[in-house]
Design a protein around this ligand. Structure first.
Ligand SMILES: *Cc1c(COP(=O)(O)O)cnc(C)c1O
Length: 524
């Protein structure tokens, strides 16, 4: 029996026997992993969790629109509701549970101080329609956050209202389009996008009425400068470039690229999702960027995943600032004001991104993160993120095959060469990581690398944690090469569910629960 670094058997005999014996429990639960029905299957319509007095007879104005059938919501007692969600949470992987190396997603620790701040009644209990005089502190906070964001990026203006990175891209590209239209440059409709870009970039460009022209990467994983030059012309609206890019590499020619685009009459949109690698060291404004979104939920530690709220404030250069959307915060004498309209001649906001002002709870968390780190702490966080990624790159290089030479930034990118002729594919490798108790890294992205495995450890992980993680990956790589193909093809065997048909789930999602009989009828 082999022992792992902690001196424990790496494959305890009992676990192996259980694996081979595959006995099913009578309850369907497995020790702490409880089976759990859907709420609708568990509750019934006749019950409620609280006793309420009968409602008095009332006239309503709904007329024909009044509901005639029972609403059909499941009734649950408080303990039933509690158990339901706790059981679900135990089937879920979380940053609070273990390493979450999902490249490009920046799953860093969410400091609990941020949560405490966000729950202060003066922030947590606000309503967006409250009179301005009652929300002066919140407006001051938004202004202070804006100050940090413009200072860190070296850009003069920021729109806080976009609610995610992709929404921020939309905001930036709409501002570019508004500027081009205002200048009569309506023939500029082509946007250059590198082939390593995140899918949201071309999607955003198309959404704004642009066409996408792909620029190839060179052999170092960066924008091919000669190819870029060949694509410039007076129909170019601009470029959408990520820096550090999605291969985890700094675009060294970024100043040249910015100059080329500007000389050609276009604008430089920077996808700032990877800003966490350079905060405190590089100011995008100094690189010639005209617009960039910042994922507060990546760089500044606000929680994400599972569809939780994000925030994608977008910073602007002087050229684009007048076109930035409303609302924004200004100080008027002693009072803070949200500017909702701007009809004076200079300002020509293209409109608004959302009904209100953005994700207040995320603003509070992000500012809490910034202020508790301080300027020096933010710089150290990005340096540590880069150090951690390079440490993993060095540990794994060899047994796993790195995609590009040289140091990386905040994420380490591998290709699937090390799995050649093993019968194991990137997907199988990732599934085997689930059995080992790790969330897999990002797979098959960026598209320019075959069978890509993109690992972003973030600064949150200790050396001990990185060592343990690397040991597991090295052991898996060795197992793959030793021909233990079944171990990978079967994986995950220890997860509550095995391999799911993700394509069908995406293409034909079942969004509505129906009682079992109705379901059976529909099937016939
Ligand atoms: C995460 C990410 C986005 C999109 O951000 P969302 O907040 O998920 O909308 C865009 N580009 C890159 C490179 C990213 O990593």
């Amino acid at each position: 029996m082999s022992l792992n670094k902690q001196g424990r058997p790496s494959r305890p005999a009992v676990a192996q026997a259980e694996n081979e014996g595959q006995f099913e429990t009578f309850s369907g639960s497995k020790a702490l992993q409880q089976t759990e029905l859907l709420l609708f299957d568990r509750g019934d319509n006749e019950r409620t969790g609280v006793d309420l007095p009968d409602t008095p007879e009332m006239d309503d104005d709904l007329g024909d629109l009044a509901r005639k059938d029972a609403i059909g919501l499941p009734g649950l007692t408080e303990p039933e509701a509690m158990r339901h969600y706790v059981r679900l949470s135990q089937k879920n992987y979380a940053i609070d549970l273990g390493v979450y190396p999902l490249g490009s997603c920046t799953m860093k620790h969410n400091p609990r101080l941020n949560e405490k701040m966000a729950r202060l009644p003066g922030f947590g209990d606000l309503h967006p329609l409250q009179p301005e005089s009652t929300v002066q502190g919140a407006l001051a906070l938004m202004d202070q956050l804006s100050h940090w964001l413009t200072t860190l990026t070296g850009m003069p203006a920021v729109a806080l209202s976009p609610k995610a990175g992709a929404h921020g891209e939309l905001c930036g590209m709409l501002a570019i389009r508004a500027k081009l239209d205002a200048d009569g440059q309506t023939q500029r409709r082509r946007v250059l996008v590198p082939d390593s870009a995140h899918g949201t970039n071309p999607a955003t460009a198309v959404q704004c009425g642009f066409t996408v022209d792909e620029i190839p990467s060179d052999s170092s994983g960066r924008v091919d400068l000669e190819a870029l030059k060949g694509k410039l012309g007076d129909d170019v609206a601009g470029i959408m470039l990520t820096n550090p890019n999605t291969c985890g590499l700094f675009e060294r020619d970024i100043r040249t690229i910015a100059d080329l685009i500007h000389e050609a009459g276009g604008y430089f949109y920077c996808d700032g999702a990877n800003f966490n690698a350079i905060v405190g060291r590089v100011r995008p404004g100094d690189l010639g960027v005209d617009a960039m979104h910042i994922n507060l939920h990546k760089t500044f530690s606000t929680p994400h995943g599972g569809g939780g709220p994000g925030a994608g404030p977008t910073v602007f250069s002087d050229a684009l600032a007048p076109y930035a959307p409303v609302p924004y915060v200004v100080k008027d004498g002693e009072k803070w004001k949200l500017v909702e309209r701007n009809e004076d001649a200079e300002g020509q906001p293209f409109g608004r991104m959302s009904a209100f002002h953005g994700q207040m709870g995320m603003f509070v968390r992000a500012l809490s993160y910034m202020m508790s780190h301080g300027a020096d702490g933010l710089k150290q966080a990005s340096e540590d993120a880069v150090l951690n990624a390079n440490y993993l790159l060095a540990l794994l290089d060899g047994p796993m095959t790195r995609a590009f030479d040289g140091y990386c930034m905040h994420e380490a990118l591998f290709n699937d060469n090390f799995l050649k002729d093993t019968g194991v594919e990137t997907l199988d490798f990732a599934k085997a990581m689930i059995d080992e108790g790790y969330h897999p890294m990002t797979m098959y992205f960026p598209l320019v690398v075959h069978g890509a495995l993109l690992i972003e450890p973030t600064e949150s992980e200790s050396k001990t944690s990185l060592d343990r993680f690397a040991d597991t990956l090295l052991a898996l790589a060795e197992a793959a090469k030793a021909g233990e193909t079944e171990r990978f093809k079967q994986a995950p065997v220890h997860a509550p569910l095995r391999r799911l048909d993700e394509t069908q789930a995406a293409r034909q999602p079942v969004l509505r629960w129906k009682p079992a009989e109705a379901e059976a009828q529909a099937a016939q």
